[in-house]
Each structure stands twice: as structure tokens, then as C-alpha cells.
Design a protein around this ligand. Structure first.
Ligand code: DGJ
Length: 721
């Protein structure tokens, strides 16, 4: 009896408010529900996140004593777990105790208003449900109603919590040339931090996206999985706290290290969005929800097809000039490409950009290389029926530049210390918290377009971390605002650019994929996945990247063989087949291809044009992971109406006598019959040209598509008949 009584007492502690009087809030997407309780005078609680439920099922959730966790835990009172918010109030009190004052639903927004029980300190929790995908975005608006400034020490965007034994996490880390490397591991007791401290490039090293698989080891197309992505361009921290074996809490937001933010009386702070989804179709279901959300909501121009381009970087590096660019234009034109992009090296006069030690910031043509300037390059492209794009690195300068000579106070620097420099031993970061710098950066794009109204495309690069944490623009009491205000300044500059130039195609690049984060995507059409263009390694990098980012935004270029980064020799077909799963491009001198290769490249570009709508706008199904370790990989894309699909499989390692796997497709209409066409099949056995199969057969029984050698690959197009 005593035991029963103490159990009851424990239950009361865990469920502090009466279930019956609880006001339940449902944030619904077509297939999911997030359920919270909001009772005036109490903390808001998360009770459920999973497949869609109706209001009548709320009692079941309470009766099962489901999750019941504070939706926005604040530091200072009962805060033995990780907290989302920590504030030093005007009188020095470090504790905060938030209680609900009201909640409302406005269209797709749910807003829960909270106030500190003793202080004029307010937090609104926002939840936005997307009706086209199953993504919910959550963020907060924090307001100081006190009479003096307060200090935000920790101000996360959102919280998600679950109880589940045997949950796993999938996350991505990497470095220059090896981005988005996937790690999958069980969640065990303790705290796991996923962080970015780069300062400038919010996708370098750890990525701000995680999946949590509820049914053990993550599967591609089955099992319950929660996906979470923090949409913030700067430093972040995703904390995953596991208590015992069951309770896992994710708290994600702007990094809470060296970022204390002061709010004056009446000021507010809006945190970046945390995007969440839940799927019962495995990791692939989470990916497809994020891809759809990207195309419909978050990515700039998410519905337009991306062009096939040639970028000059790996072809000639900084040795660009009118003649060599025209040769490359002729080359890509002959192959069927649509756009030519001149990369680094076209600018600088006093400090010519002949290598990476000088010139950044001086965005004037190097007339020794390009006597008639950018307009002549653009005209040469136009004469050939190509569109034209250009590279810039607007947030940066070199100590050897006219810009730095004129404005030494525009760089991120500490006034009393020697400058720590980056790339080329001279690179420095401009202080984007300074409105004058913001105007300058806006002006770079504005001037280029004014001078070249037909400019179609810009590659926006960024090749340095924030060193020298200090700003001569921010006052001494606001130095800890630097990283946040840098990114607020960057975002408002990008907003200005987008307001004026909505149709300009802009590629996001940061030493490769160093800025791949949803915080950037509203301003960019696509991103450069990695400076590593080795097709074998790209299989891994692209596999990881596609977990959260749509393939239409993934710039994937065929480069020379031997590869410039790894010196590996890989046949042209394999290189094309790997690049074709995203936005296809090339990054080499086409004149380096021999006649046979040139003919092949023409066919590949023409074929890509046919499958482009399926790859860029269809649903992606990852099938066999390169991380499985047997040297095989496969994935496919299916059009929304399931009438067309394209299947890719690769063999990148040859183990003696290891059989090719049987390839099981996914995402097809089981009741439909599909006709198969192989693109340039190099295999003599198991040739599927013209054969027909039911969708059910292809998914359940699968194909024995033999791959004979290392670097053999197949691309099979499927059409419903
Ligand atoms: C780094 C980028 O990732 C490359 O593609 C190239 O644009 C170089 N910068 C140019 O400096």
C-alpha cells in the first residue's frame, strides 16, 4: 500500500497540472501532430510528437503519461536538466520562471505567450505548421519589459523531447573536402553536443541537422524517425541530453558560448527557426519532407529547374583571361551546357588576384587579364547562346588590398592585438555587424548587376573562419554580440539583395560545403557541395548532404581525371553518373577531353536534360548506402505522380567474388508497369533495355543489375506504360 501511495505521489510530481482542466494545443501538419498543454500560470508542456492524432485522443496521451516535458525550460529554478533559456535580469537575478499567460492560433501559426512570474520579462513560443510538407518550424521572441537592460546568456530556438529505449542518432560532420560524413550511433546516457564555432561558415565541421530513429538502427525506408534542422547561418549548438535509457531531449539554438546578448528596456530578440519533422518511412521519409519543404517554402526559387554550367575553377584556377574563358565557353556550348561561370581570379588592379594572397575586396576587373572587363566576357557568353555568371567573396578582404588600405577599421579585429590572418596568410573577415560594411557588400552585387544587367548567376564564396573576435563598430559592452550581429547583418544584406534581384541565381559556397545550412537557403538557389570532386568520395558526401537538402540545390560537377584532389583515375561515365544525381555541372577544361570522351559528354548532358525534372523536382529514395562498406551504392528519383523514375547504382570497390547486390527499388506505383531504358550501359550481362516490370516486382523482388568492375555504374530510366 505504502508503495502504491508513493508511486501516486511520484505521478503527481510528474504531472503537476490536472489533465482534465488542461488546455491542449495541437500543431498539425498533414501527417503529424505536436501536442502541448498550455495552462495559465503553469509552464507549457510537450506531451506528444508523432503521427497525426485528433483532439479526442488527447486523453489517451495523458492516461499513458506520455512525455510531459517543459516546452521551453528556463534556468534557475528546478533546472537540473539542460535549459533553453538563461537570463540575468536587470537586478542581477539569474533565475527565470516562465508561466503561460495565453495562447492563440493564427492561420498556420500557434503562439504561446509566457511571462516570468515576478519580472516583466516575456517569451512567445512560435510553432508554424507547413501544410505542403510535414515540417513544423519553431522559434521564440524574447522581450525585455524591465526598466533596465537584461542579459540573455542562453536563448535556444526550440525543444523536442521523447521517451524511447533504443533510439539512435544520425548526424553529420566533416571538414574541408570531406563534408557531411555520416555517423549513426545509439543514444546513450549523457550529453551530446553538436556545435559550430567557425563564426562565419555555419556548415563547416558539424552540421546543424540530426535525425533520431526511434526503432533502433536507422533504416532508409522504414521505422519512425524525427528530423531536426536549426536554420541559423552562424554558430550553433544542438544539445541532446539522454537521461537513463529512455528520455532524450534535443535543445537547439544559437551557440551559448561567447554570445551573451543585452536587451535594453523594450527590446526583443527573435531566435532562428528550428525545423522539425516526423516520419514513419525511415530516414528517407524525413529527407523527402525536408526536400518538399525546401522546394515549397524555404529554398530560393524552389520550383525552377537549375541550369547545366561550366565553372572555370578546376579548369584554369586563377589563370582566367578572355581567351581561355572563350575556349571554355566554346567547350561547354558544344557539350550542350547552358551557363558559363568565371570563378576566382578576374579582379584586382593595384593588388591583382594572381594568387590567394591579395585582392579580395577590390571588385574591379583585372584589365591585364580581361582588357575589356566583365561586359566583354558576358558578351562572349551571350554570343554563344550561353548565360553568364561570376564569382565573388564579398564578406572578405586581404590585408593586401585597396579596400583594407582605405578601411582598416572594417575588418573583424581586436584593437590591441596583432591580426590573425587566414587563407593566403593575408585574408581577413569584414565586420558585417557594421552597417557601412553591409552597404559595401550590397554594393558589390548591385554594381556588378548595374554594370552587367544580363548577369545571370553569382557564386558567393566564403573561405575563412572568424579570427580576431572584436569589432570596432560595436561598443565595448556589446562585443559579445559580434557573432550574432555579424549574421543578422549578413541576413539583412542578403534580404536587400533578394528584394532587388529576385531572379539572380546565387550559389552559396564556403570552401565547398562550409555553409550548408537551412538558415542560408532562403537567399540562395543552390550550394557547392564540396571542393572534393572525386566521384568516389562524392558518393559519401552527397549521400550525407541529401539527408536534409534537396538535390536540385546540390551543385555536382564532373571534373578531370586524374582528380585534382585525390589523383584518382575514374572513367567519365562513372563521374557523370555520380554528378547527375544533383544539379549537373562541369569543372574542367572541356578541351582536355579527347574526341571519344567529348562525344560521351554530349550524350550525358542531353540525357541529363531529359531526366532533370525527375532528379531536381522528384522524390529521392536512397537505397543502398555507400557507408554499408561493401563498395556499392544506389539511389533513385521518382516523379511526384510516379509515372517516371530514374535509378542509379554504382560499384566503387571491387572485392574478389563479392556478388553484386539485388537492387530493390522504392517509391514506385506497385500496380503500374514500367518500361526500362538504360543510359549507355557498359555491362554485357543483364541488360534491361526495353524490358517491362511491375512496380511491385521492382520494389519487392528487385533487379539483378550486375556491375562487373570497380567504377562501373548504371543509370536506368523507368516510364509507366
Ligand atoms: C573555394 C571554392 O570552394 C572553390 O570552388 C573556388 O571557388 C575557390 N574558393 C576560389 O578561390
Amino acid at each position: 500500500m505504502k508503495r502504491i501511495l508513493s508511486l501516486l505521489a511520484l505521478c503527481c510530481l510528474l504531472v503537476p497540472m490536472s489533465n482534465l482542466s488542461a488546455k491542449d494545443v495541437f500543431v498539425n501538419t498533414p501527417k503529424t501532430t505536436l501536442m502541448l498543454s498550455v495552462n495559465e500560470g503553469s509552464t507549457p508542456r510537450i506531451h506528444y510528437y508523432g503521427s497525426r492524432i485528433n483532439a479526442g485522443q488527447a486523453q489517451e496521451i495523458y492516461d499513458a503519461m506520455s512525455i510531459n516535458y517543459d516546452a521551453y525550460p528556463a534556468f534557475g529554478r528546478n533546472s537540473y536538466d539542460e535549459t533553453a533559456l538563461s537570463v540575468t535580469h536587470a537586478d542581477g537575478n539569474m533565475s527565470t520562471e516562465l508561466a503561460v499567460t495565453g495562447s492563440r492560433q493564427e492561420g498556420d501559426l500557434t503562439i504561446i505567450s509566457l511571462k516570468d512570474k515576478k519580472y516583466d520579462f516575456y517569451v512567445d513560443l512560435y510553432y508554424k505548421a507547413n501544410d505542403k510538407s510535414d515540417v513544423i518550424e519553431t522559434w521564440t521572441v524574447i522581450r525585455n519589459g524591465e526598466k533596465k537592460p537584461i542579459r540573455l546568456e542562453q536563448y535556444a530556438s526550440g525543444v523536442m523531447t521523447l521517451r524511447q529505449e533504443g533510439a539512435w542518432i544520425t548526424h553529420f560532420h566533416g571538414t574541408w573536402g570531406a563534408e557531411a560524413q555520416m555517423t549513426e550511433e545509439p543514444l546513450t546516457a549523457g550529453l551530446k553536443n553538436i556545435v559550430c564555432h567557425d563564426g562565419v561558415r555555419g556548415g563547416m565541421d558539424d552540421r546543424a541537422e540530426v535525425m533520431i530513429s526511434l526503432d533502433g538502427k536507422p533504416q532508409e525506408n522504414s521505422g519512425r524517425v524525427i528530423g531536426a534542422a536549426l536554420c541559423w547561418t552562424g554558430n550553433y549548438k544542438l544539445r541532446l541530453e539522454t537521461r537513463g535509457k529512455y528520455r532524450h531531449t534535443l535543445i537547439a539554438g544559437i551557440d551559448d558560448l561567447h554570445t551573451a546578448y543585452t536587451l535594453k528596456p523594450g527590446e526583443s530578440f527573435q531566435t532562428p527557426e528550428l525545423a522539425l519533422t516526423y516520419s514513419e518511412e525511415g530516414k528517407g521519409g524525413v529527407s523527402r519532407a525536408f526536400h518538399r519543404w525546401g522546394r515549397n517554402v524555404k529554398l530560393h526559387n524552389g520550383h525552377g529547374l537549375r541550369e547545366i554550367l561550366l565553372n572555370s575553377w578546376e579548369g584554369v584556377y586563377m589563370n582566367v583571361n578572355q581567351e581561355v574563358c572563350e575556349q571554355m565557353m566554346d567547350g561547354i556550348k558544344e557539350l550542350g551546357g547552358e551557363l558559363f561561370v568565371v570563378d576566382d581570379g578576374w579582379f584586382g588592379r593595384k593588388y591583382r588576384r594572381t594568387d590567394d594572397t591579395q585582392g579580395l575586396g577590390d571588385w574591379i576587373t583585372d584589365t591585364e587579364k580581361l582588357p575589356n572587363g566583365v561586359p566583354a566576357l558576358l558578351k562572349a557568353a551571350e554570343d554563344r547562346g550561353l548565360k553568364f555568371g561570376i564569382w565573388i567573396e564579398p564578406e572578405m578582404t586581404n590585408s593586401k588590398s585597396e579596400l583594407f588600405e582605405a578601411h582598416p577599421d572594417w575588418v573583424v579585429a581586436h584593437p590591441t592585438r596583432e591580426l590573425s590572418k587566414g587563407r593566403g596568410g593575408t585574408q581577413l573577415v569584414l565586420d558585417m555587424s557594421n552597417p557601412k560594411v553591409q552597404d559595401f557588400v550590397f554594393g558589390i552585387v548591385d554594381n556588378l548587376v548595374k554594370e552587367n544587367p544580363k548577369l545571370h548567376y553569382i557564386k558567393w564564396d566564403c573561405n575563412m573562419s572568424m579570427n580576431n573576435y572584436g569589432s570596432s563598430y560595436l561598443t565595448s559592452d556589446k562585443q559579445s554580440h559580434l557573432v550574432v550581429d555579424y549574421h543578422r547583418g549578413l541576413r539583412s544584406t542578403l534580404e536587400r539583395i533578394r528584394a532587388k534581384y529576385p531572379d539572380l541565381v546565387i550559389q552559396l559556397c564556403a570552401s565547398g560545403g562550409g555553409r550548408v545550412n537551412w538558415g542560408f537557403m532562403p537567399y540562395f538557389d543552390e550550394f557547392w557541395v564540396s571542393d572534393d570532386t572525386d566521384a568516389q568520395q562524392r558518393l559519401f558526401i552527397q549521400w550525407g548532404t541529401s539527408h536534409f537538402f534537396p538535390t536540385m540545390a546540390m551543385a555536382q560537377h564532373v571534373s578531370a581525371s586524374p582528380n585534382h584532389q585525390t589523383h584518382r583515375v575514374i572513367p567519365l561515365k562513372f563521374r557523370f553518373d555520380v554528378a547527375m544525381t544533383g544539379r549537373l555541372g562541369m569543372e574542367m577544361k572541356p578541351s582536355d577531353l579527347n574526341d571519344r570522351e567529348r562525344e560521351y559528354a554530349k550524350k550525358a548532358v542531353a540525357f541529363y536534360k531529359e531526366i532533370r525534372p525527375i532528379v531536381q523536382l522528384g522524390d529521392q529514395y536512397r537505397l543502398l548506402s555507400p557507408y554499408e562498406g561493401n563498395g556499392f551504392c544506389s539511389e533513385m528519383f521518382v516523379s511526384e505522380d510516379k509515372s517516371e523514375a530514374v535509378f542509379f547504382c554504382y560499384k566503387f570497390e571491387h572485392y574478389v567474388d563479392l556478388h553484386t547486390p539485388r537492387w530493390h527499388m522504392a517509391g514506385l506505383d506497385p500496380n503500374a508497369t514500367y518500361r526500362l531504358n538504360e543510359f549507355e550501359c557498359a555491362e554485357r550481362e543483364h541488360y534491361f533495355e526495353g524490358k517491362t516490370f511491375s512496380g511491385k516486382f521492382l520494389m519487392e523482388t528487385g533487379l539483378d543489375a550486375y556491375l562487373s568492375r570497380q567504377f562501373s555504374s548504371r543509370v536506368i530510366r523507368l516510364k509507366k506504360i
